[in-house]
Design a protein around this ligand. Structure first.
Ligand code: ATP
Ligand code: MG
Length: 662
């Protein structure tokens, strides 16, 4: 577990009722620390210490826990024997989840559980005879043995079965069974309830953060302004979800530069949050736009602003929202005093320049080139460990492509993929296209060409007026046409251990009771159920979409694939038009065996020289072993100063040996 699991800081209100249920004393604290403690006779208590006040203790006996809103940082503890309820709110959801789990384990785990009556009486007698005052101590960290025993006692350990080989699969099924049984009875036992589902947005909480990820988490939870970067698949978005769940929900705004990326972290787009449209208006007009009541209120409430895929945020837009924040919040500190947590990889896709600018498009400006960057960012981290790919050869090739370095070994290895068969089980490779329109028309025409009738799956949106925003942020379309044999991609983690994960590729094999049945590459069949996507609105509310978790997958655009992990991809890179685009396309794949590049050419791979300069500033090692052959066809597009900067870098590196890939 990532942070201390027996301590929680949040808002607490305490309410006592009398025997007939009439509310008596009430206390409310904006900030209090809850800890799990034991007394001399090993009884468990929750100790509540409000800021600057003495602690109160509540014995963990006859406890009922309500945690339906755990994902929003809320839970209620009902101490029946004491006629008292604790209402927790604004708790970091992940910390709350681990706190509840620790209670569950300590109440049920070996030796650490509540003592039985006889042994407690004995200990109590000994304690009274000793004449010492009662003392409390923190509970010891949870051990694996305690965890297993606790789950066994509560009936959460699955019976051995031949149909569900994996423990996680069985655990999930058992949870579902329990939920159904409990639903019938109308009750859920507190202990079981404490262990159930995670509030973490799409994160498998059994995966532990690596040490480098922990370091970033620590900096973020201590209020620092952080930028963390790392190559594709180093777990930036994964870590961001953990960071979000370790922060108090009030005032934490999770955003990303694109809708898809925002959805992956359960947030909103930066544009939707900022309230200044595309940011193209004059500064004065942007300030007016952001001063509208709803927008201004959102800015004022914001304490922590999180931005994923920062590489695609335009530098000028970043500068404008920084000024807006100071203006609206009447605070001259950078970003009006808001804590910033930024993440992304500038060597992936750059900001999109919209509109038709004719022969002279405006120069791209990255966030790090804005004057606001230097004043805002306090700590910079680089994640090094790649988690998406496990094959060291592929990881090394990707690291070279990321900085625009291609040698003959890489070229021949990647060119060789054009001959490999990556299809299997009726699942065709997804074509990654450099242009969105190409991807859309491939999907439409492939579907039309299939025999049989189209079946329409219409999304059920919680607010019909928000369909456009949901379309932008949720990958599941509002209208999905499917046929048998349609190539599809799964859009949710359904069963991680069985490979039914976001990005898994499959084919529709039949319709069953009006629902599509999909066979995946690993031969698993899955009868799709409607799933729910929840997104935050700019004002902090939530809207939901229910839809089958599928999307047509004959083709995707590279831009829409940024941030994703994909199975079985084919690409033709001849039309790439951005620095980093080929790297983004290739780094979606999990292995060299699941990718086919039709026409690989070293000219398709180049890195932006300004970005390389930026990275050189805080990671000299990145530059020490590399050369940067840029795509010659883009030479003319680059500004003169960039070309001369590039020449300098090249010159300084010419004397160094090239890294070769064996
Ligand atoms: N500590 C970890 N342990 C195990 N798996 C991890 C860990 N961190 C990340 N992963 C897994 O690695 C994969 C890639 O993670 P993620 O998408 O967060 O990377 P990223 O750095 O955001 O990539 P990109 O730059 O492409 O957006 C995911 O499947 C994620 O679950
Ligand atoms: Mg990511």
């Amino acid at each position: 577990m990532d942070l201390s699991d027996a301590v929680l800081t949040c808002a607490v209100s305490i309410q006592w009722t009398n025997a007939v249920g009439i509310t008596g004393r009430k206390l409310a604290y904006k900030t209090a620390t809850l800890r799990l403690v034991r007394n001399d006779v090993r009884e468990l208590f929750v100790e509540v210490t409000p800021e600057k006040l003495k602690p109160l203790k509540f014995k963990l006996k006859d406890l009922m826990v309500h945690k339906k809103f755990m994902a929003e940082g809320k839970a209620t503890f009902n101490f029946k024997a004491e006629n008292c309820a604790l209402y927790l709110s604004n708790a970091p959801p992940g910390t709350l989840m681990f706190f509840l789990r620790t209670i569950f384990i300590k109440m049920n785990g070996d030796g650490g559980g509540q003592p039985d009556e006889a042994s407690m009486q004995k200990k109590l007698r000994e304690h009274l005879l000793s004449g010492k005052p009662t003392s409390f101590e923190d509970v010891s960290p949870v051990t694996t043995a305690e965890m297993l025993l606790a789950r066994k006692k509560a009936g959460l350990v699955p019976k051995a079965t031949t149909t569900t080989p994996s423990p996680q699969g069985a655990k999930k099924r058992r949870f579902d069974e329990l939920k159904d049984q409990d639903r019938e009875k109308g009750t859920v036992p507190a202990a079981k309830k404490l262990y159930q589902s995670s509030p973490l947005t799409g994160t498998d909480e059994s995966l532990r953060l690596s040490e480098e990820q922990m370091e970033v988490l620590r900096a973020c939870t201590t209020g620092k302004n952080v930028f963390f970067t790392g190559s594709a698949g180093t777990g930036k978005s994964f870590l961001l979800r953990r960071i979000i769940s370790a922060l108090p929900p009030d005032g934490t705004i999770a955003t990303a530069s694109t809708g898809v990326a925002a959805c992956l972290i359960g947030g909103t787009t930066l544009h939707a949050f900022a309230g200044i449209g595309g940011g193209d208006a004059t500064m004065q007009r942007c300030l007016e736009l952001a001063s509208r009541p709803i927008s201004a209120q959102t800015w004022r409430k914001c304490k922590r602003l999180i931005i994923d895929e920062i590489s695609m945020v335009d530098g000028q837009f970043f500068e404008k929202i920084e000024a807006v924040a100071r203006h609206i919040r009447r605070n001259d500190r950078p970003f009006g005093g808001i804590q910033l947590i930024l993440c992304g990889d500038f060597l992936q896709l750059p900001p999109v320049i919209r509109g038709d600018f004719g022969a002279a498009p405006p120069q791209q400006r990255f966030c790090f080139q804005s004057s606001a960057w230097e004043t805002c960012i306090q700590c910079v981290y680089e994640l090094k460990q790649v988690h998406r790919q496990s094959d060291p050869e592929f990881v090394q090739i990707l690291n070279h492509l990321r900085i625009g370095h291609v040698n003959e070994t890489i070229t021949s290895r990647l060119a060789a993929t054009s001959r490999q068969k990556i299809e299997g089980n009726g699942i065709l490779a997804t074509q990654l296209c450099s242009h969105t329109n190409d991807a859309n028309s491939i999907n439409e025409s492939k579907l039309e060409n299939l025999k049989g009738d189209k079946v329409l799956f219409r999304a059920d949106d919680s607010d019909a007026g928000m369909t456009k925003q949901l379309d932008q942020q949720v990958q599941a379309p509002s209208q999905l046409y499917l046929k048998v044999n349609a190539q599809v991609m799964l859009l949710k983690n359904i069963n991680i251990s069985n490979g039914l994960v976001n990005g898994a590729r499959g084919v529709v094999v039949r319709m069953e009771k009006d629902l599509p049945v999909v066979r995946f590459k690993n031969n698993q069949e899955y009868v799709c159920k409607h799933e729910k996507w929840i997104i935050k609105t700019a004002t902090g509310g939530t809207i939901t979409r229910r839809q089958v978790p599928l999307k047509l997958a004959w083709a995707f655009s590279i831009h829409k694939s940024q941030g994703l992990t994909l199975d079985c991809v084919e690409m033709s890179l001849s039309k790439v038009f951005e620095a980093g685009q080929a790297y983004v396309a290739l780094s979606r794949a999990k292995s060299l065996q699941s990718v086919r590049i039709l026409d690989f050419d070293a000219k398709q791979v180049w890195a932006n020289p300004q970005v390389l300069q930026f990275y050189k500033g805080f990671r000299r090692r990145l530059m020490d072993t590399t050369m940067i052959p840029l795509g010659p066809k883009n030479k003319d597009k680059r500004p003169a100063d960039a070309n001369s900067a590039l020449a300098k870098i090249k010159k300084s590196l010419m004397s160094k040996p090239l890294v070769s890939i064996s």
